[in-house]
Design a protein. Structure first.
Length: 537
């Protein structure tokens, strides 16, 4: 069961001359204005206009009727400035929904287009004008909705039906989110999410308590980005895709298998810390396409902020079981992304306590690996080198929480003598920024090892377990190793190639040639703490 990060995406749109619809001036009514429309290659967008009075609450939805249309709705004020945008406004749907308050009287333009050029179909645009009660998020509870306000949050809940929450558990939820704000914003210095003004009834951050477990989705909680505000006023830089958001969390955390020392309260608190950080991330970029940034960071935040309540260590096993896959992949039901929280800890250990927030300041302005490249370049290094070092740190299990991992990185194969060796029978090679690990179990001595792969881009590392820790030697395409002074020796094959499509991955085939050495040994590159090292199995 995974925490879910729902996101809204905004792309550059191909604009061609569109049909225009003019809506008449409209006073407050209970019935919505409804207009049909169609988006295809001949008409990629449609414009609608509506006259509003200052203070009007407006709810806009665009619902596809056929085809595979993925709608995007954008609202422009009387000065033709963008004030709201939404791609996916409903759980498990690509239909759009947004709400806003008219700050000025005048004619507003509502633009409907498609998320990408492959989708098309008809839609129904629905515009409802009323008071601020329209500005509720699209979460329906089983009973009368009530609210509990804290310093920073408005908790929406009910006392009846399947979504009913026990009063003590409700108070625990409220405390968990206040604690998350206190630690993540006030103590760690992360900027708070952008204000959503009157959405949800006031300007507090909205959290909904709903039965999520044992439903079709089976979530513990989720954060949903809503309206793009372009710039988050709580940060120094001018973001391009900062977004407001809301959170939904389960009402009782029952019917779960808890880990050792874990309770419904501790898991709820881990979820609150996790999901609130997604809200913070949306304030940097609500459209970041590398989802692993978000999940790795929020899961790491559990360890950094939630303390003993963290639920992060259980995810490491999946990431350690598949080190050969693309770095950042959504494979294995997205669970690898959660397990890669160790990369955020790696950045913290290597570059200081501000490393992860500094990375997110880059994510606010740059896409995918471009953001990571800029962060690392500012620190005098690059993606290839640091991800390789991260793979070494994982082999060493050089993390304070490693005793709770119940995992070592996957052992690909054993090398027991000179000759040609490759990955195990169940293997396929190594993908972009991935690694294979071999135990070198040949008789102690000096050996020359050489990588052979078609594109000649893979790199080789040797790692020896000695009295001072795990010594790592960068061999490049090949080099000399002396195994005589080590209890255990490993080889790591690393693929330094990468691009921004982390799910369009391919395996690189290779072999390792092992021969008796001629006496030249590569110099030591680094030593890793081996306090929690365990032999690979």
């Amino acid at each position: 069961m995974l925490k879910n990060w729902r996101f809204a995406a905004l792309t550059a749109l191909l604009i061609i001359v569109s049909a225009g619809w003019a809506l008449p001036a409209f006073a407050q009514e209970s019935e919505p204005i409804i207009y049909p429309g169609n988006i295809d290659d001949d008409q990629e967008e449609m414009d609608f206009t509506v006259t509003l009075t200052e203070g009007d609450g407006v709810l806009v939805t665009a619902v596809a009727q056929n085809g595979n249309l993925d709608t995007v709705v954008t609202v422009f004020n009387p000065d033709d400035e963008q004030i709201a945008n939404n791609d996916d406004g409903f759980p498990d749907s690509t239909d759009s929904r947004l709400a806003f308050t008219a700050d000025d009287s005048g004619i507003y333009r509502i633009n409907v287009t498609r998320y990408d050029e492959t989708s098309e179909g008809s839609f129904v645009l629905e515009i409802t004008i009323g008071d601020v009660t329209l500005l509720d998020y699209p979460v329906e509870l089983s009973g009368e909705m009530q609210t509990l306000n804290t310093e920073h949050f408005r908790i929406h809940y009910t006392e009846t039906g399947e979504d009913a929450v026990d009063p003590d558990f409700l108070n625990a939820i409220a405390k968990a989110f206040d604690d998350a704000y206190r630690v993540e914003v006030e103590q760690m210095g992360w900027p708070p999410p952008p204000n959503d003004d009157t959405m949800g009834g006031n300007d507090l951050y909205d959290v909904y308590v709903q039965n999520l477990i044992n439903t079709e989705d089976d979530f513990l909680g989720y954060a949903s980005a809503q309206n793009f505000v372009t710039d988050n006023p709580n940060t120094e830089e001018a973001e391009l895709y900062a977004a407001t958001s809301y959170i939904v969390i389960d009402n009782d955390f029952e019917d779960l298998e808890f880990g050792e020392d874990q309770t419904d309260i501790s898991l709820m608190r881990a979820t609150a810390f996790h999901e609130f950080h997604h809200a913070i991330q949306f304030g940097f970029d609500g459209a970041e396409l590398h989802h692993w940034f978000a999940e790795a960071t929020s899961t790491w935040m559990e360890t950094a902020a939630a303390g003993r309540d963290q639920d992060a260590t259980g995810y490491v096993k999946t990431a350690f079981d598949y080190p050969e896959l693309c770095f950042g992949t959504t494979a294995e039901d997205n669970s690898i992304m959660y397990g890669e929280w160790t990369f955020m800890q790696f950045l913290t250990d290597e570059f200081g306590d501000e490393a992860v927030v500094n990375l997110w300041h880059e994510i606010a302005l740059y896409e995918g690996f471009d953001a990571l490249e800029r962060f690392l370049n500012d620190n005098g290094t690059d993606v290839e080198h640091e991800v390789a070092r991260y793979r070494l740190k994982n082999l060493a299990r050089d993390y304070k929480l490693a005793p709770q991992f119940d995992a070592t990185v996957w052992l690909e194969n054993m090398i027991t003598d000179v000759g040609e060796w490759t990955y195990g029978e169940s293997g396929s090679g190594v993908q972009e920024l991935g690694a294979n690990y071999f135990e070198f179990d040949a008789p102690p001595g000096i050996y020359d090892v050489e990588l052979r792969d078609e594109n000649k881009k893979l790199l080789l590392w040797a790692i020896g377990l000695g009295p001072d820790g795990l010594d790592a030697f960068a061999l490049g395409r090949g080099g000399g190793i002396d195994t005589q002074n080590y209890d255990r020796v490993y080889l790591m094959v690393f693929n330094p190639v990468y691009d921004n499509d982390v799910d369009d991955c391919s395996y690189s085939d290779y072999s390792i040639e092992v021969a008796l050495g001629k006496g030249t040994v590569n110099p030591l590159d680094s030593t890793w703490n081996a306090e929690y090292f365990e032999p690979l199995k």
